[in-house]
Write a protein that binds this ligand. Structure first.
Ligand SMILES: [Zn+2]
Length: 403
């Protein structure tokens, strides 16, 4: 190569370097594949990892784009595209706070973002993240409650990657409680809004109010906040993993968490629970994905009190997520059919067939960004969880268990 060509290449490289920005996923629950960056257009897509078919979780960081306007184009348009109905969830302070700055200005397959003059590092997430650090912050916030015996953090099992998977007990921890509840979430690890609802349910057990007092006197809440623990940290899709995901694992028990959960229930709880709630998030947009609901199960098998519980949640709800019992998905409607469970039992299938005493046994679907027109945020989800805890009290005091 002659000197002239070399210097031209050097100039070109330095010009490129001066204008270049980077996209990476070295952030909590990061997930992206960068197809190309040309000028101020970045082509990216969600990394499916071991998920069969398509899904929509992604999370990435942009560095060095201060003052630029960048068009982000998602090249995997499965289901229309992976961008939420209020656009990306964005943090300009390294993940301390998040907002929807492009609400109403994004498309399903992309968005255009203008970085501020000093905005050198920005995080973009499909949904509000909830990872181990969030869980640890929750535990730290409740240090006094742990000291007071209202909350006890234990280990469910070792994950496949060798991490301690937390399990927690809240409420009536001394003596035999009158009622025992089990609450789980993140069977599908990317469904992060579920975690904020579960925080709200747990908060109710430690609050210094009438409901908190009643819960601590009468109920022990058993909780696994991250069922697919490794997937939560890694930023996997989690849904439809090959050969099946965590919430279709209650027949084969490929994952340590599912097996350990069943052993905890049959051992510690003696195979009796008054309530089981498994909190999820639905698809990213569209019908049945933009309101809170429960997919109701076969009434021949599941508790007869589900309708009463739904009506009570609607009445006592907090947080403004506009839940309507009439939004629940009837058994046999849409995807909510027995055939969906052929690949393996879900957690609620296992519970309803193995556990006695249930007054409710259900999942919840918490939308990512839009709930009947309301903006979904972590704080609103927490408040919704508090309302669910209040409704559980009413359910306990006004219904007979399924024997
Ligand atoms: Zn799910």
């Amino acid at each position: 190569m002659n000197c002239k060509l070399l210097s031209v290449l050097c100039v070109a490289a330095s010009v490129h370097a001066a204008s270049a920005f980077t996209i990476d996923y070295d952030i909590p629950a990061g997930n992206v594949i960068v197809d190309s960056i040309e000028g101020d257009v970045a082509k990216v897509r969600q990394d499916l990892r071991d998920t069969k078919n398509g899904w929509f979780y992604w999370a990435f960081r942009v560095k060095g784009a201060a003052g630029k306007t960048v068009k982000f184009v998602f090249t995997d348009k499965y289901g229309g595209g992976p961008v939420g109905v209020r656009g990306p969830v964005v943090s300009k302070d390294g993940g301390k706070t998040f907002a929807y700055p492009l609400d109403g200005k994004s498309k399903a397959d992309g968005f255009t973002y203008t970085f501020g003059p000093d905005e050198d590092e920005t995080l973009f997430y499909e949904c509000h993240p909830y990872v181990l650090a969030n869980w640890e912050a929750f535990v730290a916030r409740h240090a006094a409650d742990i000291a007071a015996g209202k909350m006890k953090v234990e280990t469910l099992c070792k994950s496949r990657k060798g991490a301690d998977v937390p399990r927690v007990r809240y409420g009536c921890l001394s003596g035999t409680p009158k009622y025992r509840f089990l609450v789980t979430c993140r069977h599908h690890c990317s469904e992060s809004m579920a975690s904020w609802v579960v925080e709200g349910i747990a908060d109710a057990f430690m609050a210094d109010d009438d409901l908190g007092k009643w819960l601590r006197e009468n109920v022990e809440l058993m909780c696994v906040p991250m069922m697919d623990f490794d997937g939560v940290q890694a930023g996997d899709q989690g849904k439809n993993r090959a050969p099946h995901d965590h919430n279709r694992d209650y027949t084969e028990f490929l994952y340590p968490e599912t097996k350990a959960l069943t052993e905890w229930v049959m051992g510690y709880a003696g195979g009796r629970l008054d309530a089981f709630l498994d909190v999820h998030c639905p698809w990213v947009r569209g019908q049945y994905n933009e309101f809170v609901y429960t997919p109701l199960k076969d009434p021949k098998v599941y508790p007869a009190t589900e309708g009463f519980f739904s009506a009570t949640i609607e009445k006592l709800q907090e947080g403004g997520l506009r839940y309507k019992a009439s939004d629940d998905l009837g058994f046999g409607v849409s995807w909510n059919k027995g055939v969906t469970y052929e690949q393996g039992w879900s957690s609620s299938s296992w519970v309803v067939h193995n556990v006695k005493g249930l007054k409710t046994c259900r999942s919840f679907e918490i939308p990512f960004a839009n709930a009947n027109g309301a903006v979904v945020t972590p704080e609103k989800c927490r408040l919704f969880g508090h309302g669910v805890a209040n409704a559980l009290r009413v359910l306990m005091e006004n219904s007979q268990p399924k024997l």
